[in-house]
Design a binder for this molecule. Sequence first.
Ligand code: ZN
Length: 699
Amino acid sequence: MTSTTNPLLDTSGLPRFDEIRVEHIEPALRTLIPALEVDLAALDATARPTWEDLIEPLERLQDRLRYTWGVVGHLMGVKNCDALRAVYERVQPDVVSFSIRVGQSETIYENARAMRNGDVWHGLDPGQQRIVETLVRDAELAGVGLRGAARDRFNAIQLELANLSTQFSNHVLDATKGFALALDARADIEGLPRSLLDLAAQSARGSGRPDATAEAGPWRITLDAPSVMPFLEHSTRRDLREKLYRAYVSRASTGETDNTPLIDRILALRHEMAALLGYASYSDMSLASKMAPDIATVEGLLEELRLASFDAAQHDLDDLRTFATEAGAVEGDDLRHWDIAYWAERLRERRFAYGEEELRPYFPMPHVLDGLFALAHRLFGVRIAAADGTAPVWHPDVRFFEVRDESGAKIAAFYLDPYSRPAEKRGGAWMDDCVGRTRLAPTTDGPVRLPVAHLVCNGTPPVDGRPSLMTFNEVETLFHEFGHGLQHMLTRVDHGLAAGINNIEWDAVELPSQFMENWLYHRDTLIGLTAHVDTGAPLPDALFQKIHAARTFRAGSAMLRQLYFASIDMALHRGPLAAGQGSPFDIQRRIAEKTTVLPPLPEDRFLCGFTHIFAGGYAAGYYSYKWAEVLSADAFGAFEEAGLDDERAMAETGRRYRETVLALGGSRSPMEVFEAFRGRQPKPDALLRHAGLTGGGAR
Ligand code: ZN
């Protein structure tokens, strides 16, 4: 099959999502990999320690693989099905082995080292130097220094780990799909908001009850986030909340989808891999390529934040207990896990007199997008416009947008896949690059290929002909992913290997995403996003004031929860589990003693659904969220200091942010980029101030 007949091999433009079928995948990879093998052999034969003879051919080769394999990975996330999984599992080993061969090529490694140590070095720009340095470091992390049996073992581990992480994620997906709370009596749905009833009826219709309606049921509550979260917040039925909560925290921990043995195996293999490379632990190995210098610095930050949030979290819990007791609820004295979200939501309503659901009608997605694009224009001078129909998409709900600069020149584009589709789409939200900016793949548009991003969310779908009405949380998620997208799209780096989010240390990558979330607490920006779906009225100022006040509501609890996850992750990867240390779940419980105020249930198996560290890239790196939050809050602090309502100052600070954080990508070290924007090193003060946690642990 040639590239003209197999759309997956056509790299001339954007992926032909309308033509690509599961049956194209295997033939495409069976053609591509051998072709790339030939290129790699040629590179091995002709490589010299120069940019043109080493880095450029390497980038070309990696880009071709990334293009095709990226489409397959993308479809696994947004169009998952049994046939796709089967073929993915069949071809993945070849892709992984090829990547390992590239990463372990001694020719590439030796030439990169020769570049670093030779005269050619001084002729490279700083971005090029960073690319070469990363190449050397990553080759070392990929085992280039290993010989014989050690290298064979290292490679076998990598293959097995790739396979295990796919299995882990599939188990979570299956377990999520495999559980549903089927409700058919009015008494079962007491307290539930209309939006959830709509969704629950829609879900019932999708599983063999075509007669289901929001008014009359039956209703189907699933473990998918847009279903389980509002249910726990609103259902007055404590028994059903308990049932759902227990199902949620024990997801993928029994039967055919049990992830317990996978966790043990993954951890053991990671430790073995780190040891082969000479690291004391997988955590040490992970930090070798991070912005954070060492484990002690990471643990120091986690502890500093824990001290600032623990008492506040304890206070939050006492508050809730008192509130529930005063409300005359029996559970007041005996507040359990499945009561927390429910009573927190009641307390939020009482204290701030609004509920998540009350906000929804003000956030119709089309209006939110307009407001978001207006903000991007104000701060960064870019114009974003819908260009639906100009690029093929994988689902009719997917939108396509173009980004232009002030001169009208097109600089980037992105897809937006906004809504939850539990049957085929992975939960959560993410930004991925579809294609990146590079000078090596000129297009009909100009001398560089322009970056195109995938923004994928799992928001509430439109129901009954109305637009998607977003929760505040969903708006926040959209801003977050858009922030990642901006860094991918507004890059000014033309070396593909350091453009956009490429070559950025993992723990610095969340800076631009979390940065964007801050804008939701700026009055004019937030109000600009809103228009009531029925009346068109903007969000009333009083409601904004409440949202603003509510920002610090339970902030200590929220922070402590993230510290709990980050600390478990660090602990699990600090060394092989020694005899007497018990299982990963024992470690979880020990960490919980210091980082939770309500210890997890004995049967809590949340680790079995912790895809971030077992099926994603956050292993010994979950702390990155907090690390980057320090950076992002501090970056936003620069805007606050300049004056958020001063248009000129915003444009000025925004342009500086664009030219540093958003433009430099991985062409400079993250500390250098941060200092270029902020004029100094980062401090956690702004983060604690935003969370209302200043004052040494007291409230
Ligand atoms: Zn993110």
